[in-house]
Design a protein around this ligand. Structure first.
Ligand code: AMP
Length: 221
């Protein structure tokens, strides 16, 4: 497998090294040769100094044959243009771009590109860790519009049917782990203390679930 990573800063260098450790052929492009110092000394991929927007640079990187292209510079405009060209001119389907400034996210989405917004994603994670330790996200779809969460059932919810805990919209159950064994619950399944409920939810859905959990806990006191 041939991968191209465009931008060899804090994100690109880590990504390139991870792909390299998996045994893939990796080519890294950056317009600042000093950026290649971010790569660990045992990285044995190719490095190309040059402008990502220049045809000859992308041709040298092997864009025509690449199995996957990550465009992770610190310019949303460059990421959008190169991502769009990779898909529409070179017909590369496996293209992922970085969103650097969250304000520019709608612009990248307008190009219909697979986009990872590390700032938005990181902010969500940190907020959750600070305030909501009983619920933690384990998988993020898109840019976190839908996430899969694990929720530890507190004592106050024990004996309640699942249907009473879950909000009506934007929050669906995927499984319960009880005593180390997982199963698919029904709305009638009665929750037990320390069950791990796995749910898929939007931001609104998970906030509604948090409110329900709090209400059950307060009622039980
Ligand atoms: P970082 O924000 O630390 O992940 O670094 C982003 C990297 O993208 C830096 O090393 C920049 O030199 C690189 N970069 C920015 N614009 C371009 C461009 N037009 N072509 C190639 N590399 C770029």
């Amino acid at each position: 497998m041939n991968y191209i990573v465009i931008g060899c800063g804090r994100l690109g260098s880590q990504l390139a090294y991870r792909l390299f450790l998996r045994g893939y052929k990796v080519t890294v492009v950056d317009n600042n040769s000093a950026a290649f110092k971010n790569l660990p000394p045992d990285f044995l991929g190719r490095t190309i100094e040059g402008e990502a927007t220049h045809y000859d640079i992308m041709h040298r990187a092997g864009i025509e044959q690449a199995d996957g292209i990550a465009i992770v510079t610190n310019s949303d405009a460059v990421n959008a243009i190169v991502g769009h060209v990779a898909r529409s001119v070179y017909n590369r389907s496996n293209v992922v771009v970085r969103n650097y400034d969250p304000v520019m996210l709608p612009m990248l989405q307008a190009f219909n590109l697979q986009t990872i917004s590390s700032a938005s994603w990181g902010a969500q994670r940190i907020e959750e860790m600070l305030h909501h330790s009983e619920i933690r996200a384990v998988f993020s779809a898109g840019n976190g519009e839908v996430e899969v969460y694990e929720c530890k059932i507190p004592p106050g919810c024990a004996g309640q049917p699942l249907a009473d805990l879950l909000p009506d919209h934007n929050c669906v159950p995927a499984g319960i782990t009880r005593g180390g064994k997982a199963f698919i619950p029904t709305p009638e399944t009665r929750l037990e203390k320390d069950d791990i409920l796995v749910i898929s939810a939007t931001y609104e859905g998970i906030e509604a679930l948090r409110k329900n959990l709090k209400a059950f806990e307060e009622a039980a006191q």
